[in-house]
Design a protein around this ligand. Structure first.
Ligand SMILES: Cc1cc2nc3c(=O)[nH]c(=O)nc-3n(C[C@H](O)[C@H](O)[C@H](O)COP(=O)(O)OP(=O)(O)OC[C@H]3O[C@@H](n4cnc5c(N)ncnc54)[C@H](O)[C@@H]3O)c2cc1C
Length: 290
């Protein structure tokens, strides 16, 4: 049986309290939200925090609401809440589609949006979905709150812009009522991590793509995005040729590794195919929303 190294335990009563505990205990302290990523890593001794700061009492960080024309999601919102949210389904059904294929109900009931994003696993689904939607991230620290733009949040595998004495408190997505979105993932079996996944978001104006976001997961795309595919889409009609060319660019705009889920060429092909499927559905949805 794998057992974590010993650690001290603190329970935060508020965001300010969590931040003061982080400062007091220094970089060897770690926040724990749902624990679905951190505890397995501790059991494997890949993480050996000296202090765990439990943030499960911070229910004021569990919300999904609209404010200042943005969809705002608190960091302690559980996967299951995102999956069940009528607001999310109305504005960005892609997020519901992504949640449907994240793990299983046990993980989704406890795992949090903030924990997923801060874990920054390269195969994480929400990171790709949020990247396609142009999300930004609110980080709290001693000096107050700062908003980190999407590209600046994920700095690499398992690394984010959140410093050791800071915490993520909110994800913000600008509201665009006419934006269509879709998520496509291939997994080896239900609930598994992605072999590859693609998120597509499209907004049309006068028959032309005015805004586009392409997010990719599990294939080492920088910041979970495909800028080449996005550039190919914007300013062009959402016809089959444009979508297919953008999808093919997405396949080139990533850097998959060969592993037990498949060789590099297969994964690149998969990225193009999944991106095309997501784009076709996102464009159809955008057409209905005009
Ligand atoms: C069996 C299994 C299958 C899974 N399958 C998938 C899948 O298919 N797709 C997918 O995307 N994910 C998958 N996951 C990952 C799952 O979504 C994450 O483990 C989980 O959501 C992480 O959230 P958590 O609240 O449990 O984070 P925790 O494990 O509590 O924390 C993870 C990390 O984030 C930090 N952290 C947590 N909250 C904050 C915060 N607010 N601010 C700063 N740092 C913070 C912690 O210190 C820790 O370093 C799977 C997990 C399991 C166990």
């Amino acid at each position: 049986m794998q057992v974590p190294a010993s650690f001290d335990y603190e329970r935060a009563a508020s965001v300010d309290h969590a931040l003061s505990l982080l400062r007091r205990h220094g970089p060897e302290a770690r926040l724990i939200a749902g624990g679905h990523s951190l505890i397995p890593m501790m059991k494997l001794r890949l993480a050996q925090p000296e202090v765990l700061i439990d943030i499960n009492d911070l229910s004021d960080l569990s919300y999904i609401r609209i404010a200042d024309n943005r969809l705002c999601i608190g960091a302690m919102t559980r996967h299951a809440d995102l999956l069940a949210s009528p607001l999310v389904a109305e504005h960005y059904p892609m997020l519901v589609e992504a949640e449907e294929v994240i793990a299983d109900p046990i993980v989704r009931n406890r795992g949090s949006v903030g924990g997923s994003l801060c874990q920054a696993d390269p195969s994480e689904d929400l990171s790709a979905a949020f990247a396609a939607l142009g999300a930004s991230f609110v980080v709290a620290g001693e000096a107050g709150r700062r908003e980190v733009q999407g590209e600046d949040f994920h700095l690499g595998p398992y690394t984010t812009a959140v410093e050791a004495d800071e915490m993520l408190v909110e994800v913000r997505i600008p509201l665009r009522p006419s934006m269509g979105s879709a998520y496509e993932k291939l997994e080896r079996r239900a609930g598994d991590w992605a072999v590859a996944a693609a998120a597509a978001a499209i907004r049309l104006e006068d028959g032309v793509i005015a805004e586009a976001g392409i997010g990719l997961s599990a294939v080492n795309a920088a910041h979970f995005r495909s800028p080449q595919a996005e550039r190919r889409l914007v300013g062009n009609p959402a016809d089959q040729a444009t979508l297919a060319e953008a999808a093919s660019l997405a396949g080139a705009d990533c850097n998959p590794s060969a592993d037990q889920r498949g060789p590099v060429d297969y994964k690149r092909h998969l990225v193009s195919e999944l991106t095309l499927r997501a784009l076709v559905r996102a464009a159809a949805s955008a057409n209905r929303r005009i």
